[in-house]
Design a protein around this ligand. Structure first.
Ligand SMILES: C[S@@+](CC[C@H](N)C(=O)[O-])C[C@H]1O[C@@H](n2cnc3c(N)ncnc32)[C@H](O)[C@@H]1O
Length: 304
């Protein structure tokens, strides 16, 4: 098996997690993918450990093969990163990495149904072994308003109602091309991206409950970081980045009372220190070599 997914901003991840200077550290890779970031962490020192999670059994198999040479230093779990608490118990860790979204392997596997450029079943589950609804289930079973709502909220699709109506009229829709052709046929006003891009993003986010998972994970990550431990999050679209940015900002603030209130009544105390106010982005050379890096934003915070 090969590992075609190219990890993003590896140096910034290693710096953010302070991998080189932490002795006997335990890191969590919440989104293993092909294990590229984990491999870089394990290769930086010979005394650190990784616990890695992925919902996708195919990704886990790739990461297992890639990290096999590190033996017991890499423990891989087929589960959501939300299983962190169950796996760690009371153990605190030195760093947590979340490289959100989907991998290029997932996008390239036609049978996973993530890509509108290939014909495949309209699935989109990160874990195809789970009993949760597929994208086909959503488009075939939900009422038009609920579909439009998904497209608007998770895809920021301005033509959500028109697309939802067309979906309802064309049901059942079972394949990626069927859905993409339907949207192309609507002749929406020209835009830079393919007209089905936002619909596919929205369905993927809904199928995997991605935003809910990030929202639940961030406070969980905080609970499991040692004081001085680092949280590094890479996002690929504004919906996710907004959640991460807002969380880090709130947790880095002592008092959350309205600014004009003379005395604090909320008692909130900062638990994070922001390592930079602005997100880190990939440089031109990386974007040229790996166009996926273009939209990536990396944020780092430290448990205080
Ligand atoms: C962008 S890729 C990660 C790539 C990885 N950093 C590498 O270097 O190869 C995101 C991965 O996160 C996984 N994923 C998404 N949501 C997840 C969740 N809630 N729990 C665990 N894994 C998740 C996806 O299945 C995918 O394999």
């Amino acid at each position: 098996m090969d590992a075609p997914h190219v990890p993003i901003m590896v140096e910034a991840v290693l710096d953010g997690l302070q991998v080189a200077t932490r002795a006997n550290a335990l890191f969590i890779d919440g989104t293993l993918g092909a294990g590229g970031h984990s491999a870089a962490i394990l290769a930086t020192r010979n005394d650190n450990l990784i616990i890695g999670f992925d919902r996708d059994p195919h990704a886990l198999a790739l990461a297992t093969e890639r990290l096999a040479g590190y033996g017991e230093r890499a423990q891989l779990v087929h589960d959501s990163y939300l299983a962190l608490g169950k796996v760690l118990g009371d153990t605190l860790v030195d760093g947590i990495l979340l490289d959100l979204g989907l991998s290029s392997m997932q996008l390239d596997q036609a049978e996973r149904g993530f890509a509108f450029r290939f014909e495949g079943p309209l699935d989109m589950r990160f874990d195809p072994t789970s009993a949760t609804p597929t994208a086909a289930d959503l488009v075939n079973d939900l009422p038009a308003e609920a579909i439009a709502d998904i497209l608007f909220r998770y895809g920021e699709e301005h033509h959500s109602r028109r697309i939802a109506k067309a979906i309802i009229n064309a049901r059942p829709i079972t394949t990626t091309r069927q859905l993409a052709d339907l949207i192309e046929g609507l002749r929406l006003p020209p835009q830079k991206i393919h007209p089905a891009t936002r619909t596919f993003q929205a369905l993927r986010i809904a199928v995997n409950e991605e935003l809910e998972a990030v929202e639940t994970m961030l406070p969980l990550a905080l609970q499991h970081l040692k004081v001085g431990g680092r949280l590094v999050v890479i996002t690929f679209h504004s919906l996710e980045d907004r959640i991460v940015k807002q969380f880090m900002k709130t947790e880095a603030t002592d008092c959350l009372c309205p600014p004009r209130q003379p005395v604090c009544t909320c008692g909130h105390q900062a638990t994070l220190k922001l390592m930079s106010r602005k997100p880190i982005t990939a440089d031109e050379a990386e974007v040229e070599a790996n166009p996926r890096a273009r939209s990536a934003k990396l944020r780092v915070a430290e448990r205080s």
